[in-house]
Design a protein around this ligand. Sequence first.
Ligand code: FMN
Length: 166
Amino acid sequence: MKSLPYFCRGEVIQGFGRGSKELGIPTANFPDAVVDCLPADISTGIYYGWACVGNGDVYKMVMSIGWNPYYKNTKKSMETHIIHTFKEDFYGEVLSVVMVGYIRPEKNFTSLEALIAAINGDIEEAKTKLELPEHLKLKDDNFFTSAASSSSGSSTSVPTTIMNGH
Ligand SMILES: Cc1cc2nc3c(=O)[nH]c(=O)nc-3n(C[C@H](O)[C@H](O)[C@H](O)COP(=O)(O)O)c2cc1C
C-alpha cells in the first residue's frame, strides 16, 4: 500500500458503543470526514500504528477499517484501539494517528469470544512489529508534536483537518 505510513487526525466521536461494554476493548471512532478521505489503496482491514490524544503521549494502536462483518454495520468506520489504559473517555478530543502497517482483512466470527481472541492477536502483533526501528522512529514524528496543541484553552475550535503523509 503506497499510502502507508498514513497520517490523519480528527475529533473522537461516539461509536456504536459496543467496544468497551461487549468486548472489553475500547475503540475511538473518527468522523465521516476522516473516513471518507482515506486513499483508495487503503483497503478495509486491520492496521497497526501510533496514536496520540490531544497533545498527550504517543502509544501503540490497532485500527479496524470497514463494516465490522460480525456486527453487519452499514456504515464504514475507522475504529482505533489505543494500547494503553485511559482513566476517562476522550470523546470530543483530537485523535492523531499514523497507520504504519497492515495486519489482516476484516472477518466474520461465529462467536464474540473468537472476535475478542482475534483482536487480542492483532494487539500482540502490533506490539511486536512496532518495535522495528523503522516503525519506532514514527513515534517521534513531528506530526504528533504539532498536533492539536490547543494551549490557549478549550475555547479554541477543534481542528478536524485531514493531514496525509508529509
Ligand atoms: C484490532 C481490531 C480488529 C477488529 N477486527 C474485527 C473483525 O475482524 N471483524 C469484525 O466484525 N469487527 C472487528 N473489529 C471491530 C469490532 O467489532 C468493533 O470494534 C466493535 O464492534 C466495537 O465497536 P463500537 O465501539 O463502535 O460499537 C475489530 C476492532 C479492532 C480494534
